[in-house]
Design a protein around this ligand. Structure first.
Ligand code: GUN
Ligand code: FE
Length: 451
């Protein structure tokens, strides 16, 4: 494979949960199709020779003092809800859906509106360092295809789903699939259209089978969607055991837990990503682990709508893979930096508890703390594992997606008053940098954004 670029760069990544690695001025060889072919560390005996050999060639690019982080992976975001980010956050899930969210989502019948909002959103995500995103669209094929086209054009790796919500008893007349059959036919057409579109997109555009959540779908739709996902080997996304209401609603309807129901319809497989999962128990965790399905943790959204905090450590210990999602607009922020921070903060509240009328040792759920480095793993490597793609690491064979951080950028300089320890540097970047510090974004070996 021909080498297109040789980057001299310092980077952080996390191969193992909770552990970080830092390489200073490594040489990263990237092929024409955007794959990392080799990473030469500065202590490699050949380092100097290679540096001399390539540093004067056109392929060479040095990032100087800037720091590379893997591109962040947003595993769960509702693109049509972007105009509502930061709004309507004082509500309960089912009321919020019916009174704010569905009236907004129905507007995407209008393609012009879709184009405007989706372009703004994808640009915003890129400027926040998000290089891959798994999107819920709306029930509309055209508008959701438009979202995929925008990802394709702007260079983002997009995983896009036409939403299915066909149950006439659960969804308002103004916003639902017109019938179960049309929901399935339209999903199949959507899968084919995205596969065709994706053929010419270097970074990849993928269709996602998307039952909104169990309460919004008929049994027949859930069953048919499971079959379609199998037939076309697609990703599957949905919401699972999100809130008290949602979790109990599914239990009442099926006399089974949400995870069991999704599994029984063939919706849990290795390319399934289920958002929230706050109420899943040990048996559900085993189903996730056995089916190699992933959980998407949406910590900000959960603080508003979920009535609970995801027991991240418990699930990790069961072998469940977890990534992070913004869940716009259940979560208000398009930034995975904010979600990394909130993963840590909400885990502290779970660990220590919050009711000061209880004794300290009765207040929390022990061993629930998630560290900032663990949260960084979730936003990068964990997301890559969920997508079953080599993403999130600067390693041979991995896709070359990264963000370039300038810690000395004038409007938000992260001065280093203390030691030069690498751990401190990454913590300061994750806690204190703003999107202004992200100066460039590269996806599949190609620069898609330079500020
Ligand atoms: N459950 C079903 N639909 C939604 C949605 O749009 N947002 C969230 N947070 N939960 C949901
Ligand atoms: Fe969601």
């Amino acid at each position: 494979m021909t080498i297109k670029n040789i980057f001299k760069a310092s980077f952080f990544h996390s191969s193992n949960y909770g552990e970080i690695e830092f390489e200073k001025n490594a040489l990263i060889f990237v092929s024409e199709n955007g794959i990392i072919e080799q990473v030469i560390k500065n202590n490699n005996p050949e380092y100097k020779i290679l540096l001399e050999k390539y540093s004067k060639t056109e392929k060479f690019y040095s990032f100087g003092d800037k720091i590379l982080l893997p591109g962040f992976i947003d595993l769960h975001i509702h693109a049509p809800q972007w105009p509502q980010a930061g709004l309507a956050l004082d509500d309960e899930l089912s009321h919020w859906l019916n009174n704010f969210t569905f009236p907004l989502e129905v507007k995407y019948e209008n393609l012009e509106f879709a184009h405007e909002v989706y372009t703004d959103l994808v640009k915003t995500l890129l400027s926040n360092g998000t290089t891959s995103a798994m999107y819920f669209g709306t029930i509309h094929n055209e508008a959701t295809l438009e979202l995929a086209k925008i990802c394709a054009e702007l260079g983002q790796r997009g995983f896009v789903g036409k939403v299915v919500m066909d149950d006439k008893n659960m969804n308002p007349e103004f916003y639902r699939d017109s019938s179960t059959d049309s929901a399935i036919t339209n999903t199949e057409k959507f899968i084919k259209d995205i596969k065709t579109l994706g053929k010419n997109v270097p970074q990849g555009i993928y269709p996602v089978v998307t039952p909104r959540f169990v309460p919004s779908c008929t049994n027949k739709a859930l069953n048919e969607l499971g079959k379609l996902a199998k037939k076309y080997n697609t990703y599957i996304q949905s919401h699972c055991s999100e809130s008290d209401w949602e979790h109990n609603f599914v239990k009442d309807r099926f006399k089974k837990r949400d995870t069991e129901v999704l599994n029984s319809f063939g919706l849990l497989g290795e390319k399934s990503i289920m958002a929230h999962c706050n109420f899943i128990n040990k048996d559900d965790g085993e189903i996730f682990s056995k089916t190699h399905s992933s959980v998407c943790h949406c910590p900000i959204s959960n603080s508003y709508f979920a009535n609970a905090t995801l027991p991240v450590n418990y699930l990790k210990n069961q072998g469940v893979n977890i990534g992070l999602g913004t869940d716009i607009s259940g979560g208000f922020s398009p930034s995975l930096y904010d979600n990394i921070k909130h993963t840590v903060i909400s885990s502290r509240m779970l660990n220590d508890g919050v009711n000061n009328n209880l004794l300290a040792n009765e207040r929390g759920v022990k061993n629930s703390k998630v560290s900032i480095f663990e949260a960084f793993y979730l936003a990068t490597t964990g997301g890559g594992i969920a997508l079953k793609l080599p993403l999130g690491l600067f390693k041979e064979g991995y896709i070359c997606d990264f963000q370039v951080i300038d810690t000395q950028f004038s409007s938000n300089e992260l001065k280093n008053y203390l030691t030069n320890e690498k751990d401190n540097l990454l913590q300061r970047i994750l806690y204190l940098s703003s999107k202004e510090n992200i100066r460039e974004v590269w996806i599949q070996g190609k620069r898609v954004l330079k500020k």
